[in-house]
Design a binder for this molecule. Structure first.
Ligand SMILES: C[S@@+](CC[C@H](N)C(=O)[O-])C[C@H]1O[C@@H](n2cnc3c(N)ncnc32)[C@H](O)[C@@H]1O
Length: 392
């Protein structure tokens, strides 16, 4: 397996560069990569459509494909990711923009005209809205949310919903700190009404200045472990699965999922995720002396339970990617290595080897290396890389 240093791509394996790019920045998805990486991969491997992202997240791949005139497909286990990606990738015309601007003004002027919580029952899994938001914001958010529910035009409804959920972190006392949410009583929570107006106006300005019309991608809720796509049907894959880092997306985005009305279904969504974290149910996972166990044992000795579960899921993902790619197609998968229980787990190497065991060719593009302090062992190099696997 060849390792190729690509430090020029390292910064684009993060969301940072796209934080200022119109439309790409409509929703802050910390785990996203940036569009320049997608365009470089499309160019390097001369990808034509359809290009698939089985972990579509905030829609970086389908949106960049749209700008490049390439048909694309996205799947994600989270309905939040699917909503955000879909709204970012739609075609909007001038009539829509005018209508959305008027709707926003009308919604804002209707706040407070209902009683109490604006008629919307906002449930959160981890804490009550009263703990996480100032009262004035709860009233504004629930009023806007119930008004959104009444909008008949689905495109307008979803557009407003993305505007509203995207301001939640700013208007709350919640701090997203790595994989956990912390309530900080001394945090300044912005004004929900003002920030909602600002957000909608900004989104509409982006559409006027940077909107692009091309085939809308096909984006659906689904699992990368069982893709509802035909064999040999995609011409390229660009993706990034959850990293082996204990981040539970349903917790980190719990406020947003709650406002989508998904609290009841959150357990089911969590269970559909690649197991990059182990919740209270970790005790159900049993290790067997199978292919994954042997592979991990060869690299790190007896694997931590979470690593065994993660690679068992990722094996299914690689199998599915192999199945849906036509021969000659390339899959670029951005992954981070991990240090767990003082073990340096080289996810890039292990996943690339698994792909080779399916008969694919592989190489690893190393974007960046950070050095983790590990007791007794000292500093261990932790890579973030794109594994490039080609179906022969
Ligand atoms: C690293 S993020 C992808 C970010 C994306 N590349 C972007 O630029 O926005 C990983 C995504 O995988 C999703 N996910 C986790 N398990 C999944 C599964 N089994 N099938 C599909 N998506 C899954 C999460 O909801 C999350 O959106």
């Amino acid at each position: 397996m060849k390792f190729i240093e690509k430090p020029e791509l390292g910064p684009y394996m993060t969301f940072q560069p796209d934080k200022r790019r119109p439309i790409f920045n409509w929703f802050y998805y910390k785990e996203a990569f940036s569009s320049h990486l997608v365009s470089q991969l499309i160019k390097e491997f001369e990808m034509s459509g359809p290009v698939l992202d089985p972990f579509v997240g905030a829609g970086t791949v389908p949106l960049e494909c749209k700008y490049e005139g390439i048909v694309s497909i996205g799947r994600d286990a989270s309905p939040l990711a699917v909503l955000v990606s879909t709204v970012k990738c739609r075609n909007y015309d001038d009539v829509f923009i005018t209508q959305a601007s008027a709707t926003c003004d009308k919604m804002l002027s209707s706040i407070g005209k209902e009683k109490g919580r604006g008629g919307y029952e906002w449930g959160l899994e981890l804490f009550s809205p009263e703990k996480a938001f100032p009262r004035r914001n709860i009233e504004a958010i629930t009023s806007l949310r119930s008004q959104i529910e009444e909008i008949e035009d689905m495109r307008l409804r979803e557009f407003m919903l993305v505007a509203l959920i995207s301001i939640l972190p700013q208007v709350s006392y919640v701090l997203k700190d790595g994989g956990v949410l912390k309530i900080m009583e001394n945090k300044r929570a912005g004004d929900a009404k003002a920030l909602f107006r600002k957000k909608v106006k900004m989104m509409l300005r982006d559409l006027r200045g940077y909107g692009v019309a091309y085939d809308e991608p096909n984006i659906e809720v689904g699992s990368a472990k069982h893709l509802n796509l035909q064999d040999n049907s995609v011409n390229g894959i660009i993706t990034s699965p959850p990293y082996l880092n204990n981040v539970d997306y349903t917790k980190v985005y719990g406020m947003e999922l709650g406002l989508l009305g998904k609290v009841q279904g959150i357990k089911e969504i969590r269970e559909g995720m690649v197991r990059s974290f182990i919740g209270r149910n970790g005790s159900h996972i049993k290790m067997e002396a199978d292919y994954v166990y042997e592979k991990l044992a060869a690299h790190i000795g007896t694997p931590p339970l979470i690593a065994y579960a993660y690679f068992t899921d990722m094996l299914k993902v690689i199998e599915e990617c192999h199945r849906v790619m036509r021969s000659g197609a390339v899959c670029a998968m951005v992954v981070g290595n991990a240090v767990l229980q003082r073990l340096n787990i080289e996810c890039d190497t292990i996943l690339a080897e698994m792909a080779e065991d399916f008969g694919m060719e592989s190489e690893v593009w190393v974007g960046s290396v950070r050095h983790a302090d590990v007791p007794v062992k000292g500093k261990l190099p932790v890579r973030e890389s794109a594994i490039i696997i080609k179906k022969i």
